[in-house]
Design a protein around this ligand. Structure first.
Ligand code: IPD
Ligand code: CA
Ligand code: CA
Ligand code: CA
Length: 271
């Protein structure tokens, strides 16, 4: 474990370096007009900046760690169900990347988006980095070593009452139907919490729970690249991440409920 620990400390430093480099490149090309492409439909978008960010991170990993596996949204997202990869045991070290989490915000000039990099050893998340290049906020965690924002320790909030909780959620616009569960869930939680937000970058939303800005976050249908880094960062900040049944969250799960821990039971009971 100690051997793994110092190796993983190096992985975290490298992940931080790759995310910052990709972030600087995003900033440097942001002023140019964007080429926006539709993927499945008009609300599922990708730009050449997503592809650039992804290429930078993948190339760095392949250069420094050729023996590690890599999964990233714009390369692997079209291959069918990315959850399946986590139904069987994984072996060795692997990297799970979202090159821009919050592409719609990015396209519209909203500052809430990030590069998200999670690292696994076999089936265990061991490192996570989420970097917002606009605000230069870098959230990070290594398993067993706590969670940090720009090097300073962060902790989930100590709130115990759901009525004082600020919650967030999100949904894929193309998954939405009038009877989508999220509509009823927002209705259930709006009177019972301080309020509900939809901010548009799952990885950063999770980091907001880890740093006590939000009390809780829930979302159905997220992919491993949306959550790998943020889930570890919340756990290391003392929060809870489960599926809707309250079981410890796994990357093969389709539902995610994250909180500071203190409001978790009350939160789950209204979902
Ligand atoms: C999206 C964001 C958003 C969430 C969507 C994701 P993308 O990721 O995380 O907050 O609601 O489900 O697909 O496509 O911007 O990387
Ligand atoms: Ca996307
Ligand atoms: Ca994403
Ligand atoms: Ca993305």
């Amino acid at each position: 474990e100690i051997e793994n620990g110092s190796y993983e400390e190096r992985l975290l430093q490298d992940a931080t370096r790759y995310a910052t480099e990709a972030g600087e490149r995003i900033l440097s090309v942001m002023k140019k007009p964007l080429h926006i492409q539709e993927k499945k439909n008009a609300s599922d978008l990708v730009t050449e900046v997503d592809l650039l960010s992804e290429r930078i991170v993948r190339e760095r990993i392949a250069g420094d760690y050729p023996e590690h596996w890599i999964m990233s949204e714009e390369t692997d997202g079209g291959l069918g169900n990315a959850y399946d990869a986590f139904l069987q045991p994984n072996e060795g070290y692997g990297w799970i990347i979202d090159p821009i989490d919050g592409t719609t915000n990015f396209i519209h000039g909203l500052s809430h988006f990030a590069i998200s990099i999670g690292i696994m050893r076999d089936d265990v998340l061991v490192c996570g980095v989420v970097y917002n290049p606009i605000t230069r906020e870098l959230y990070s965690a290594q398993r067993g070593h706590g969670a940090f924002l720009n090097g300073q320790p962060i902790h989930a909030s100590t709130e115990a009452r759901l009525e004082n909780a600020l919650l967030a959620t999100g949904f894929q616009a193309d998954d939405w139907k009038p009877d989508s569960p999220v509509v009823e869930q927002i209705g259930n939680l709006t009177g019972k919490s301080r309020n509900v937000r939809i901010l548009g970058s799952a990885s950063l939303d999770l980091c907001f729970v880890a740093s006590g800005k939000l009390t809780g976050f829930w979302h159905d249908g997220l992919y491993p690249w949306d959550v790998a880094a943020g889930a570890l960062i919340i756990q290391e900040a003392g929060g809870s991440v489960t599926n809707k049944s309250g079981e410890p969250f796994r990357l093969s799960d389709n539902t995610l409920v994250a909180s500071n821990g203190g409001v978790h039971r009350a939160f789950l009971s209204l979902l």
